[in-house]
Ligand binder design. Sequence first.
Ligand SMILES: [Zn+2]
Length: 308
Amino acid sequence: MRIGIDLGGTNIAAGLVDEKLSIAARDSVRTPRGAENVVREMEALVRSLCEQAGINFQEIESVGIGSPGSIDTGAGTVIYSNNLGFDNVPLAGMLSGALGVPVRIGNDANVAALGEFHAGAGKAYESMVLVTLGTGVGGGIILGGKIYDGFNGMGGEVGHMTVVKDGAPCTCGRKGCWEAYASATGLIRLTKAAMESNPNSLMVSIADEKGKVSGRTAFLAARQGDSAAEAVVSEYCSFLACGAANLINLFQPAVLCFGGGVSHEGQYLIDRVLPLLESELYPVGEKKTVLRLAELGNDAGIIGAAML
Ligand SMILES: [Zn+2]
């Protein structure tokens, strides 16, 4: 039995992961401030999971943590995390000291990709790139069953490749990053601009009804045939296809998998992106990367952490 911990800025979710990579017991708490408090809560979660499942603490092989921010995986240190307010925190060592069990740590996006690879959309394949379309664009690269994160553990930042030189500003300080266009935030920006120039669009009434413009607004209206929304979805999908083609040309993964909020558009999203993607890809013959949707949702973070 292994334990995976998904450490977020708001909640800490933990799960006891069995040999079949299912979550046999789970628990979560609000994330406290301060590293010592975080370690104390994680320790309590591990003990509570063992109790819940009626297993002996000694049966735990290892504990893994998926953490936001820059992680030195070798040293087990959170180098910097804005979300947690951490600066050089040796988190793996602190928890291992408290539990007396080996603890490993990885970047949360990479860890979620590892979980999705082993237990979700990537399970039948040999390599995978996961792209998470949420507030930002995150993701992870899994090659040969392992996270590829570069020599210093910082690799796999798929959202921060440029798709438009001198384009829209990105949270990282650069301009024209994929994240600025393919994230839900980028989609909302495109939607709002289109609503302004098309005040009669169905998008306007959908946003009024829901009380806000969201990443769903344009998709909902496009599915009902609204032409301005259709144009937003087309533009969004062309940005999505551009970055996805870059990743496929670089890595030729067996699977490219979309996760996160926007991926809930499901097969409709895949059907829109696929033809755009194929027109951008380097010709490779019959063996082509499969485009899939993530299957595990938030559980990917817990299962992936247990697999570290
Ligand atoms: Zn960026």
